[in-house]
Design a protein around this ligand. Structure first.
Ligand code: MLC
Ligand code: AMP
Length: 523
């Protein structure tokens, strides 16, 4: 019995080495070829001195190199640190130093972004570069292919144990600084088994995957499901609606597509614009952000298919799913996966609530992470004595057992499936010389679901919205920059001095648009 997803994949690859598993641009990898590269990568890391439990950061776009480095790091006994490729200095400096990453696998642009962080990243010793860097780097580096050639593709290395740390997935609480969710090999394995069982995923499946591999949805659902089921994946560098629509129309071998609601909204628009209709797939999945019932119906009308919506998070991987067989209900996220539990509790008393009442969703089971990296206090706050994890999502369970997500207990903006923590953006904007005070919040957005809005009390001379957006973009991932800025004389505060964001939200959503609203130029 396998104790890790990695072992499951390597075993399958030994049994059926000729089976195609990964296509990317013009390249095709059979399971045997991929397993050989993974083994070579792992043995080369070990030869270069990587020890069990040491962290290897992947700051990489979707590519076969990502898949090889991800599995190879785990086979070498290392811990993968996932890094969003849009991250800039503030996020990179924090994540790589917090994780104590010893190695980073990245591209030329990534290496350039990292270079100014030489001093703060004291644990980082060397880089693996998938493209030649443009100039000299402050760390020794080895090319990805050179590293593969150094390794032994037939090495027999020890398999990771189930209790061993596999991945650190960085995600924030309310603090503005993200925390590393410690995912063990047994968490990854338990969840992918639950997902593949619930969705009847088999070796006959072929997934079109355009989600980024550095987040749970693309990696722990899309890639893990493919590797463990024996199916195959058509991996794309990024999502582009016209390309996805034509692939879904032309490629009869595809059986599944997974996306965030923004992707489905763009696909519906593209289908309406061009008149193209995809072939029916076995499964369309939406998650990572709420799918509106309107979009559910638009997809059903345009594609002739009912999306299956599911709910997950970095700390717990997939929590609940609408049924594969049975009714997929718009506006709900279904029920717990096999072998997992979910419940709704009162936010104050923490006692379970009856069906129909709204509270905080808690989950428990073998999929739930082991805690936050080097943050015992944050870990303790997130679990109760019986092992229930507080998700921070508000919702209810209806009389038929379907969970509904109705809001969030924590301050979190989800824009196009990417998380933005207002505090992190506020901290950056507060350092701008034209900003006296700032509050950041999310407002509805037709494309991204929610958009980042900054309400600023300016100093003289008042900064322009563009200047503030650019200021953020230089320091943080571009998707975190405010898309709208409002200048105000003062922020509404309660008696304790806390900014009352609900009042700001109401004010900003009133139809008479405030005169001081500014929009940065759209990209
Ligand atoms: C890109 N941009 C965004 C954005 N994505 N702005 C706000 N929100 C977003 N989500 C900005 C860029 O910063 C850039 O700005 C401009 O849009 C164009 O960039 P792009 O790369 O061309 O964007 P595009 O390809 O259109 O990206 C849209 C998208 C992408 C929907 C394809 O956001 C995406 O891949 N989202 C998926 C996120 C995901 O996988 N989430 C799963 C998390 S796991 P500028 O100004 O720089 O030009 C999880 C658990 C679970 O939540 O349950 O799954
Ligand atoms: P992350 O921390 O990036 O993993 O984001 C996880 C969060 O995404 C969850 O806590 C939810 O708030 C949100 N989320 C994921 N799936 C859904 C969904 N189907 N509907 C609503 N919110 C979702």
């Amino acid at each position: 019995m396998a104790t890790s997803l990695l072992e499951l994949f390597l075993t399958r690859a030994r049994q059926a080495p000729e089976r195609p598993v990964l296509d990317f641009e013009q390249q095709r990898f059979t399971a045997g070829q991929l397993a050989g590269h993974v083994t070579a990568f792992a043995s080369a890391l070990q030869r270069r001195g990587l020890k069990s439990g040491e962290r290897v950061a992947l700051f990489l776009e979707n590519s076969p190199a990502f898949v090889i480095a991800y599995l190879g790091t785990q086979y070498a006994g290392g811990v993968v640190v996932l890094v969003n490729t849009q991250y800039r200095q503030v996020e990179l400096g924090h994540i790589l130093s917090d994780a104590g990453a010893r190695v980073c696998v990245t591209g030329a642009a990534g290496a350039e972004e990292l270079a100014p962080l030489k001093a703060p990243l004291s644990a980082l010793e060397w880089l693996v570069t998938v493209e030649s860097p443009d100039g000299p780097l402050p760390w020794p580096d080895v090319g990805f292919d050179t590293l593969l050639a150094e390794g032994d593709a037939h090495a027999a290395l020890p398999m990771p144990r189930g209790e061993q740390l596999a991945v650190l997935g960085y995600t924030s609480g309310t603090t503005g600084r993200s925390k590393g969710a410690m995912l063990l090999h047994r968490n990854l394995l338990a969840n992918v088994r639950a997902v593949t069982e619930a969705w009847r995923w088999t070796e006959n499946d072929r997934l079109l995957l355009t989600l980024p591999l550095f987040h749970t949805h693309g990696l722990m659902v899309g890639l893990h499901g493919t590797l463990s089921s024996g199916g195959s994946v058509d991996l794309r560098r990024r999502f582009a609606a016209p390309e996805v629509l034509s692939a879904l129309q032309e490629d009869a071998s595809l059986t599944m597509f997974f996306g965030v609601p923004t992707m489905y909204g763009r696909l519906v628009e593209e289908a309406r614009r061009t008149g193209l209709r995809p072939r029916p797939l076995r499964l369309l999945v939406s998650g990572s952000a709420p799918l509106s019932p309107q979009l559910f119906h638009d997809v059903a009308e345009t594609f002739g298919q009912r999306i299956l919506e599911r709910y997950g998070m970095t700390e717990t991987l997939m929590n609940t799913t609408n049924p594969y067989e049975g009714e997929r209900r718009p506006g709900t996220v279904g029920m717990p996966y096999p072998g997992q539990e979910a419940r709704v509790v009162d936010v104050r008393t923490r006692q379970p609530l009856p069906d129909g009442e709204t509270g905080e969703i808690e989950v428990r089971g073998p999929h739930v992470f082991a805690g936050y990296w080097q943050r015992p206090d944050a870990t303790a706050e997130s679990f109760d004595a019986e092992g229930w994890f507080r998700t921070g999502d508000l919702g209810l369970r209806d009389g038929d057992g379907y969970f509904h997500i109705t809001g969030r207990a924590r301050e979190l903006i989800i824009s196009g499936g990417f998380n933005v923590y207002p505090r992190e953006v506020e901290e950056v904007l507060a350092t701008h010389p034209g900003v006296a005070e700032v509050a950041v919040l999310g407002l509805p957005d037709p494309d991204f679901g929610e958009q980042v809005v900054a309400v600023v009390v300016p100093r003289s001379p008042p900064p322009s919205a563009q200047a503030l957006a650019d200021f953020c973009k230089d320091r943080l991932a571009s998707f975190k920059k405010p898309r709208r800025v409002e200048l105000v004389d003062a922020l509404p505060r309660n008696a304790l001095g806390k900014v009352q964001k609900h009042l700001l939200r109401e004010h900003l959503q009133t139809p008479a648009a405030p005169s001081s609203v500014q929009k940065p130029t759209e990209p």
